[in-house]
Write a protein that binds this ligand. Structure first.
Ligand code: PLP
Length: 465
């Protein structure tokens, strides 16, 4: 017969002296969970444990809920990104600049003038700082911040009205990642998609033909930046300015979804040119949308810049209310954008700092870590980082880091390189690395130099484990 776990009462008696300042209902719920888990473990043939041991589990769990001891099991534990993908969607994209973290902390901790005009004490526009920065940085007439760029896109194409025509090149009806597809967002926004041109070649004249057809009734011309793939060979896409003037001649507006939307020229870090919102507005786009947490390097947000009358219309859309960012996000977006205005973006925004890190510095850091590991375990290697997050597709940045393995899928101790990756993920901090040419590799471009000692400790533990 299976042993029975101690009663909830007995476990509570063991816990009570250490949980006097807590809501008894919350303590009881955790005690029940712990006893239920013990019952399952006994049923599976586990060793019986006493009330004192289960009581210790309850206290540990309660401390975890206090946030004092993040365990990593809930996904909120510390993680080191050694993948070499700077804006890694599965790892939360951009790390915020310290100024943004501080702004969000202040906004969370106390009252702020979120929707109050300081001069009059009356209701004012909702935290307009971020929007004012966007106007200054892009030359737009007006700006609007929503929850993310997919929301910005849905809101923008909504200008076509229910059932209104949205013309888009067949080459730009793309999937933007995680199974999210542009045509599905458009359909869900209630507009009618009018496909134009072909997958590889679309000309202004293709748009002209659709725009001139009274049956088709196109209200919006949408451009989508092909942010996560490249087309080469027999390809053609319309010139932005020529397309905008064709759209305007026929009374349609141009919405340009840039995805990443760089606010600094990517050439300064040796990358191919990524389109900038200001350029697209200059080429006639009426609205440009981009993400807050890709190359902008701040919190998740959808940034919309463009014509004042259109932005005013979007603001009045009831959907805009459903896409409204929280006060902490608005404060953090404003703080991030302020760094661009103050000329500190390249040094203060982690995304740009990582992109700009010289390979020599990365190589030197890798050398120090390799030297501190058991002899022969790791070698310093040249690597290629990518921007990620749907920016500069097909482009890589020379980088450096560590390789562990013989190039045939094994590490120096004869174990599988993939098993080392699993041990690194299970460690604390969790280290996310990758396999490259049958070796485990860690790219230091995406690791904060301040994390090098913790990375070294995690590597040593994973090698010994
Ligand atoms: C990433 C991306 C989006 C979605 O942006 P989110 O901020 O993730 O919602 C939309 N369009 C393009 C072209 C993108 O690259």
């Amino acid at each position: 017969m299976t042993a029975r776990p101690p009663s909830v009462e007995a476990v509570l008696a063991a816990v009570r002296p250490r949980a006097e300042d807590r809501d008894p209902g919350a303590v009881l719920a955790v005690a029940r969970e712990v006893v239920a888990r013990e019952r399952e473990q006994l049923a599976a043939g586990g060793e019986p444990r006493g009330a004192a041991a289960l009581g210790a589990d309850v206290v540990a769990r309660l401390l975890e809920f206090d946030g004092a001891a993040p365990t990593g099991t809930g996904g909120l534990g510390p993680v080191i990104n050694a993948t070499g993908v700077v804006v890694h969607t599965n790892l939360g994209r951009a790390a915020w600049p310290p100024a943004a973290i501080e702004a969000a902390r202040r906004a969370a901790a106390g009252p702020l003038l979120l929707e109050m005009a300081l001069a009059t004490g009356r209701r004012g526009p909702r935290l307009a700082d971020a929007e004012a920065h966007l106007v200054a940085l892009t030359g737009a007439e007006a700006a609007l911040v929503v929850t993310n760029n997919a929301a910005a896109l849905a809101l923008g194409v909504g200008l076509a009205g229910r059932g209104g025509g949205v013309a888009v090149s067949r080459g730009e009806l793309v999937e933007i990642g995680g199974g999210v597809r542009i045509p599905e967002i458009l359909r869900r926004a209630g507009v009618r998609i009018v496909e134009v041109g072909t997958t590889n070649r679309t000309r202004v004249s293709d748009f002209e033909a659709a725009l001139a057809d009274p049956k088709v009734r196109i209200r919006v011309v949408l451009r989508v930046h092909p942010s996560n793939f490249v087309q080469t060979g027999f390809v053609e896409s319309p010139d932005a300015a020529a397309l905008a003037s064709a759209a305007h001649r026929h009374g349609a507006v141009v919405v340009d979804d840039l995805g990443s939307g760089a606010l600094l020229p990517t050439e300064i870090v040796g990358l191919a040119h990524e389109p900038m919102p200001r350029e697209r507005l200059g080429a006639g786009a009426d609205l440009v949308t981009f993400s807050g947490d890709k190359l902008v390097g701040g919190p998740q947000a959808g940034l919309i810049v463009g014509r004042a009358d259109l932005i005013a219309k979007l603001r009045r859309d009831p959907l805009a209310r459903a896409m409204r960012p929280d006060k902490t996000i608005l404060a953090a977006v404003a703080a991030t954008l302020a760094l661009y205005r103050g000329g500190r973006a390249q040094t203060e925004i982690p995304v740009w700092r990582m992109l700009a890190a010289p390979v020599d510095a990365l190589r030197a850091r890798a050398g120090k870590i390799a030297a501190a590991l058991p002899g022969g375990a790791a070698a310093v290697v040249e690597l290629e980082s990518t921007v990620g997050g749907g920016s500069t597709p097909g482009e890589t940045i020379p980088s450096a880091g560590l390789a562990l393995g013989d190039g045939r899928g094994r590490t120096a101790d004869g174990r599988a390189a993939t098993a080392l990756l699993a041990r690194l993920r299970a460690g604390e901090p969790a280290v996310i690395a990758r396999i490259d040419r049958d070796r485990a590799v860690l790219d230091l471009r995406t690791v904060d130099p301040a994390d090098d000692p913790r990375l070294l400790a995690a590597l040593a533990a994973a090698l010994a484990g």
